[in-house]
Design a protein around this ligand. Structure first.
Ligand code: IPM
Ligand code: MG
Length: 356
């Protein structure tokens, strides 16, 4: 049956990098991949088109699709809008409406890019971490929230950190399942020494671990986890954590590799439907210049084939093609170094298609 892919380029460099990922998908289609692609605006582009960062038609398309490929959202021109219609709300709305609670964020150091990291090579060489971030709960969505006026006239901002047992359990199971397919080591990150909500998080993780006796579960406070990530990152295999801690730690882990332009991500629901996007943002400063790195988006396509479309062989082919272009010495500006051949966004996309 033809699989439906919603293509949401978004803002900034989004359209340019998505164009290269679409080239890859078009190529695979000539090799027998049975897909239909439909494009729609989201983020700032959604706001311009309909006054909403997540237009109704875009949400309907996403709901009716088997997978979603997203570029990035956000830009300077929308920063002064009310928070309820800012581009980021488009992304948060998709996550919530589609119940994409399990966010997989790999941090892999490609051997060809060993010099890109700011850390010593021996600390990061061979790095391969997967952060599993809870994506539809916690302080990002907790109620009540807002800015209120106190009796003395002073303003007070407030947000709520909440997790129910079932929310913790499902992200826990998702992480344990993935740990089973990798090195069978799972580190759960919390702040159980201060926050009751994450005390419960730790308790539920322990409970879930009973069903996964082969997986070695450890716990770490988030401050220590941040420190350990830059001190000795190779001690980690899979990490599982809350929405906000995952937001912060995944940026930290991504930068260990020195090339955030290389890292894909997947956000999955309970049935394996997913949204796939590069970890980096919309980079408005370089938008429209044909210099952005499309590889994170192309690798997001590989994740989509693996997790939502069950086309494992094609996913492997994309990942090999990316290694191949790196071996050829092709580099976009963000990962360029001496002796390499600097290429544009579209040249990089074409090179991946040739390598396929
Ligand atoms: C991310 C981003 C988003 C988040 C923003 C753009 C809302 O930082 O995907 O990590 O905070 O989740
Ligand atoms: Mg983030």
């Amino acid at each position: 049956m033809t699989k439906k892919i919603a293509v949401l380029p978004g803002d900034g460099i989004g359209p340019e990098i998505i164009a290269e990922a679409v080239k890859v998908l078009e190529h695979l289609r000539t090799d027998g991949l049975d897909i239909e692609m439909n494009e729609a605006p989201v983020g700032g582009a959604g706001y311009e088109a309909s006054g909403k960062p997540l237009p109704d038609d875009t949400l309907a398309l996403a709901k009716a699709s088997d997978a979603i490929l997203l570029g990035a959202v956000g830009g300077y021109q929308w920063e002064s809008l009310d928070i309820s219609v800012r581009p980021e709300k488009g992304l948060l709305g998709l996550r919530a409406e589609l119940e994409l609670f399990s966010n997989l964020r790999p941090a892999i150091l490609y051997k060809q890019l060993a010099d890109a990291s700011t850390l010593k090579p021996e600390v990061v060489s061979g790095l391969d971490i997967l952060i599993v971030r809870e994506l539809t709960g916690g302080i990002y969505f907790g109620q009540p929230r807002g800015i209120r006026i106190l009796e003395n006239g002073e303003k007070q901002g407030f947000n709520t950190l909440v997790y129910s047992e079932s929310e913790i359990e499902r992200i826990g199971r998702s992480a344990f399942d993935i740990a089973m397919k990798r090195g069978k080591k799972l580190c759960s990150v919390d702040k159980a020494n201060v926050l009751e909500c994450t005390e419960l998080w730790r308790e539920v993780m322990e409970r879930v671990s009973k069903d996964y006796p082969e997986v070695e579960l450890s716990h770490m406070y988030v401050d220590n986890a941040a420190m350990q990530l830059v001190r000795a990152p190779k001690q980690f295999d899979v990490m599982v954590t809350t929405n906000m801690f995952g937001d912060i730690l995944s940026d930290c882990a991504a930068m260990l590799t020195g090339s955030i332009g290389m890292l894909p991500s997947a956000s999955l629901d309970a049935n394996g439907k997913g949204m796939y996007e590069p970890i980096h943002g919309s980079a408005p400063d370089i938008a429209g210049k044909n210099v952005a790195n499309p590889l994170a988006t192309i690798l997001s396509v590989a994740m989509m084939l693996r997790y939502s479309l069950n086309e494992i062989a094609m996913a492997d082919r994309i990942e090999k093609a990316v290694e191949n272009v790196l071996d050829q010495g092709l580099r976009t500006a963000d990962i360029d170094s001496e002796g390499m051949q600097k290429v544009s966004t579209s040249e990089m996309g074409d090179a991946v298609v040739s390598a396929l």
